[in-house]
Design a protein around this ligand. Structure first.
Ligand SMILES: [Fe+2]
Length: 223
């Protein structure tokens, strides 16, 4: 048995407050080195942290590691604000990467519903690994996270409309998931694997409080 968070027990996901930190210029995610890696659609991935620090999209298990204790890649120097975002959360991160998702139609997206393999080699008794998303661009009311408890049962489905600055935490080994992104431009999002522990529990509590004024413009100005 792994240690899991109570706040994820019921639904397997939590929508956090929008990001309110310093502005992150769009040049950070647009200038990263991307690799051709298909997962959940027509995708490319820019590794920011990998199992070894090399530019590598493979699972950490290929290197004998659980998806924790990620090491920064050379992309770190291109994206200091994205790196800071992860480091300031303060938890144990594994793979950290920016996804570039090209547009598709809904039927194509639904065929890509999948569950992640987040906990291979993760020792029993330690924290269950889940993933966070920070939506970067270009999802203003057009793109949806589609989540299902049962892949073949739409009645178990939740759809979350995405917008830049949105933060989500999802147990993607439990929930079938995919993003339907109609486009027309690619969608970018920062995805981080986290060991669920007290640090992440506190981060969720902090980022779901409703006591702050509305979010401000946070991500880079549009070109
Ligand atoms: Fe996934």
């Amino acid at each position: 048995m792994h240690q899991k968070l109570d706040c994820l027990a019921k639904t397997g996901y939590v929508v956090l407050n929008d990001y309110r930190g310093p502005a992150i210029p769009s040049a950070e995610w647009e200038s990263l080195e991307y690799m051709d890696w298909k997962s959940g659609g027509d995708t490319n991935f820019a590794p920011l942290a990998s199992a070894t620090g090399q530019m590598d999209c493979r699972g950490f298990w290929d290197h004998g590691k659980a998806d924790k204790y990620g090491l920064w890649t050379s992309n770190r120097d291109i994206a200091p604000n994205l790196t800071r975002y992860v480091e300031e959360i303060g938890g144990n991160y594994g793979r950290v990467r920016v996804i570039k998702l090209n547009p598709s139609d809904e039927a194509t997206a639904l065929r890509q519903l999948h569950r992640d393999d987040n906990n291979r080699l993760n020792p029993e008794g330690t924290g269950w690994v889940v993933r966070s998303w920070l939506e970067l661009d270009d999802t203003a009311g057009q793109s949806q996270f589609i989540l299902r408890e049962d892949k073949d049962d739409p009645s178990t489905e939740t759809r979350i409309t995405l917008h830049p600055g949105m933060q989500l935490l999802i147990d993607t080994e439990r929930l079938w998931h995919v993003v339907w992104h109609p486009g027309p431009r690619p969608r970018y999002s920062l995805i981080t694997s986290w060991e669920t522990d007290k640090v992440i529990d506190h981060w969720i509590k902090r980022e779901t409080r409703k006591d702050k004024a509305g979010s401000r413009q946070l991500l880079g100005a549009r070109r």
